[in-house]
Design a protein around this ligand. Structure first.
Ligand code: GLC
Length: 504
């Protein structure tokens, strides 16, 4: 009888690729699985790749702080530090009915917000999921779709008649458009670049507020655009409205970004606008800044600890080189980073030998929500992880493998949270908030749904600042793109009626 070829192994091809080989016979039932020991060895390697030491974090904070300063000093920087023309904090006494439209990374949301004063409000909303095609289709079509949804919403929820919209009356609208736009006024915004996988042509470099107004006109809607807002700015204002200790807002969702309140005199690049207070001075005027910090370390890749998996995520994205910080943190990418690590181990012949892995080989098939589920699996057997792999990818796993996947998810999630702490720490440093402490309003699926994410951000802040890091506390923010957008529309109306900074 010839010698059996049964067993598993791998060979390195002359091209440098690894070819995994597994031979089995008809009477073998058990699949070959990596041993507990092998998985533990691999985990150690990934631990050193994905772990950020406090010292490394402090170096990142330093570079980050310099980058924020640069963006405020000079126009057109990589981290653009965008002046938003939202002046100071709300009083809580803003009132009225406002429409809010929110074009985020995943959904389109339409809201009717009634601000009742004394920090109270009522909100009615509908949500539409955006398709991948819509994200890549012509930009004007995307805004037409927004207008169409608004039309349906207005017809269903407002209409004309007693107590409703009177003939000839128009409703003010705050448009939360969560992509980097450079603004000259509050109702203007030139799209610098699409982020979060959007690629709609004929939009970058154009005034999206103007494009949206064209769509409003096409559908003959009784609506006027009062303010174009970033989700972080909306979150900053809405969170301060309900919790005045809020000084910074961060979104941890499909994308990652932050906003905070800056002194106008600390924004040298807009000195030429001559924004002065009633006494003709610059000193007491404040303006919210949309940092667009997702772009930190883009192109140069000098400061962030990128692994080869991060480099692949970047190179295979529709915007290579861009949003370097965001690609290590946000919900759009974390699942893909984990998938790439697993695929490498499949190629090396460590995982899933003898099983068909084609389902797992599809880019972006491993949603970040799976990482949350893996980390929160409460069972000893890790039944949730069994379910994910059998149901979605038709793959069988051993307990050792499942523990390994869970540990990997934890490494990737923890790195994201700790990097986020570096961004927050940079703003805290810049504004000198450490001693007195401050609240950070945070929102987005990663912050709200990923188990332990807020605790890891706090732990990161303490690693950077020591015990004083406890003075900086994140909390779940009030709805920025609905309520925040309405408050900003109201603040803008009050400001314009009073003739303050009317030119912006
Ligand atoms: C991306 C966008 C930014 C937005 C963030 C969170 O980073 O560029 O504008 O605030 O995602 O949605």
């Amino acid at each position: 009888m010839p010698a059996s070829r049964r067993g598993s192994g791998s060979v390195i091809l002359p091209t440098g690729q690894t070819l995994a080989i597994h031979t089995r016979t008809q009477d073998e039932e058990d699949l070959p699985h990596a041993t507990k020991r092998t998985m533990a060895d691999h985990l150690r390697k990934y631990e050193s790749l994905f772990t950020l030491t406090p010292q490394r974090m402090r170096m990142i904070v330093e570079a980050f702080t310099e980058t924020l300063e640069l963006g405020l000093n000079k126009p057109n920087q990589i981290v653009p530090m965008i002046p938003t023309y939202v002046f100071g904090w709300p009083t809580g006494e803003e009132t009225g009915d406002f429409l809010a439209l929110d074009l985020g990374g995943t959904n389109l949301r339409v809201c009717l917000v009634t601000l009742q004063g004394a920090g109270k409000f009522e909100i009615t909303q509908t949500k539409y999921r955006l398709t991948e095609e819509q994200k890549q289709d012509d930009g004007q079509k995307l805004f037409d779709f927004c207008a169409e949804c608004l039309k349906t919403f207005v017809e269903t929820n407002i209409g004309e008649g007693p107590g409703m919209l009177k003939a000839g009356q128009t409703l003010p609208l705050g448009f939360t458009f969560s992509y980097p736009c450079s603004q000259e006024r509050i109702d203007h915004g030139e799209l610098i670049r699409w982020t979060k996988g959007f690629g709609a042509p004929n939009t970058e470099g154009r005034d999206v507020a103007e494009m949206f107004k064209q769509s409003l006109a096409k559908y003959n809607l009784p609506i006027h655009l009062t303010a174009l807002i970033n989700d972080t700015t909306g979150t900053l204002i809405a969170s301060h409205y309900v919790n005045p200790r809020t000084k910074i807002a961060v979104i941890f969702g499909t994308g990652c970004n932050a906003a905070y309140m800056e002194h106008v005199k600390g924004i040298p690049k807009i000195a030429h606008l001559g924004i002065l207070d009633e006494c003709g001075e610059e000193k007491d005027v404040d303006m919210a800044i949309n940092c667009e910090w997702g772009a930190f370390d883009s192109f140069e890749h000098e400061h962030l600890p990128r692994t080869k998996y991060d480099a692949i995520v970047d190179e295979t994205s529709n915007k290579p080189g861009e949003q370097a910080f965001e690609k290590l943190i946000s919900g759009r990418y974390l699942g893909e980073i984990l998938r790439l690590v697993i695929c490498e181990l499949i190629d090396e012949g460590v995982l899933f030998l003898g099983q068909n892995t084609y389902k797992l080989e599809k880019p972006y098939c491993l949603d970040t929500a799976f990482l949350s589920l893996m980390e929160s699996d409460p069972t000893d057997e890790l039944l949730m992880i069994i379910g994910i792999f059998t149901h979605f990818f038709a793959l069988e796993t051993t307990l050792a493998e499942r523990q390994f996947f869970r540990a990997l998810a934890k490494l990737i999630g923890r790195r994201a949270a700790r990097l986020s702490s570096c961004g927050i720490a940079a703003i805290v440093n810049k504004m000198g908030y450490l001693e007195e402490g401050c609240s950070v309003g945070a929102d987005g699926s990663l912050y709200n749904k990923y188990p332990g994410f807020p605790d890891r951000v706090h732990e990161g802040l303490q690693d950077i600042f020591g015990d004083k890091g406890r003075n900086i506390v994140t909390h779940h923010a009030e709805d920025g793109s609905g309520v925040g957008s309405a408050i900003i529309a109201a603040m803008t109306k009050i400001r314009k009626d009073a003739g303050l900074y009317a030119h912006v």
